[in-house]
Design a protein around this ligand. Sequence first.
Ligand code: SAM
Length: 236
Amino acid sequence: MKKYRFDENADVAEDIRSKYGFDGELLDLFAGNKGVVVHKWHHYIPIYERYFAQFRDRPVRFLEIGVNKGGSLQMWRRYFGEAATLYGIDINPECAQFDGQAGQVRIGSQADPEFLNGVVDEMGGIDLVLDDGSHRMPHVRASFEVLYPRLETGGVYMIEDLHTAYYPKFGGGYRSRDNFFVFARELVDDMHQWYHNKGLRHEAYGGHVSGLHIHDSIAVIDKQPVHRPVHSRVGE
Ligand SMILES: C[S@@+](CC[C@H](N)C(=O)[O-])C[C@H]1O[C@@H](n2cnc3c(N)ncnc32)[C@H](O)[C@@H]1O
């Protein structure tokens, strides 16, 4: 990963501003962070803004998978505001020290359905997920399979660092069946169930995906009511 590391003496904010034309508050929260380390790829910042801004200053229930040093939960608290319910989960018991600071922290694996369901129960439901956990293909899938069905209508499920879908040591690979983007393609097929006769690949959630957005290393899966499409000819 060193080959992608930005020059530590250069201006992070200016890099994001000039390359991506982004100058929102999240830029200051990230690039101006003087607290605990937050480690993010530069191009993620405008992508977060694009999908998360609608939840700011609202009682959003947000779960981040992967707490690490607790820096990102602090950033999200500043970004979403005091009305948000923020939870972070991590497999590392040392992360328990951050519980009750910017949000609640629970210790367990993102691949453990019972643990995940317990956390969502405690949160009183869930609107927004950011998977920044192990980035291993089976873990990413396991979390999605439990959490996406529990996502509130209007919710957003974001997975980051999906370059690992191409790395065998993360369970992925360019031609691997387990590459997350193969699964994403299946969700696309399910979105278009009306136009083929193969049925839903993923009965439990395939019929609820209203939008799927792929960016470099990020997948965003929307959840909105899905209706059988119709069209009209309107006018003279
Ligand atoms: C990239 S770090 C998270 C960074 C943090 N979100 C940030 O932006 O500063 C990934 C974290 O995922 C945790 N992790 C690894 N495997 C996990 C698993 N199976 N379940 C939950 N968390 C896991 C690691 O302990 C690590 O703290």
